[in-house]
Design a binder for this molecule. Structure first.
Ligand code: INI
Length: 157
């Protein structure tokens, strides 16, 4: 007996990607964006099918991602940002609402929204995840977006 397994391939076939990218902590987030774009291109996306929308901070990403989803212009949205814990509870509000908001956008519009927003305690942890020893979470998010686009296609989006 064989079990039917459905999974998305990692090859881009004409899909369009919208990146919602925050400017806050741009030193880190610019690296996430480079990682995401590099991953998309290496997996077969065309530059003309990638669009970047910049927002001030992670708090603003869900609203813009929602608008991008409503435009029906992208097959997936990739959210990129970096929330770094400070001395106040600000981190918890920004990181929590950003994650919740992005999940809600994906569910409401049926569009994959990849979560490439770092939520870390220190700048060092952010640097590790933005193209150094822990890889590039922007690239990881892009790969997830590719897989999800192809998976939803197979499931009959
Ligand atoms: N925005 C971030 O993207 N990362 C942070 O670490 C951060 N901190 O720590 O304050 C941050 N704050 C700004 C926030 O996202 C909004 O842009 C701002 O509150 C205006 O709405």
């Amino acid at each position: 007996m064989s079990i039917n397994t459905v999974e998305g391939s990692l090859v881009v076939e004409g899909a369009r990607f919208g990146l919602a990218v925050s400017r806050f902590n741009s030193l880190i987030v610019d690296s996430l964006q480079r990682g995401a774009v590099d991953c998309l291109l290496r997996h077969g996306a065309k530059e003309r099918d990638i669009e970047v929308v910049k927002v001030p901070g992670a708090h603003e990403i869900p609203l813009v991602a929602q608008r991008m989803a409503a435009m029906e212009k992208y097959d997936a949205i990739i959210a990129l940002g970096a929330v770094i814990r400070g001395a106040t509870p600000h981190f918890d509000y920004v990181a929590g609402e950003c994650a919740k908001g992005l999940a809600a956008v994906g569910q409401r519009y049926g569009v994959p929204v990849a979560f490439g927003v770092l939520t870390v305690d220190t700048i060092e942890q952010a640097v590790e995840r933005a193209g150094t020893k822990a890889g590039n979470k922007g690239g990881d998010a892009a790969l997830t977006a590719i897989e999800m686009v192809n998976l939803l296609k197979q499931l009959g989006r």
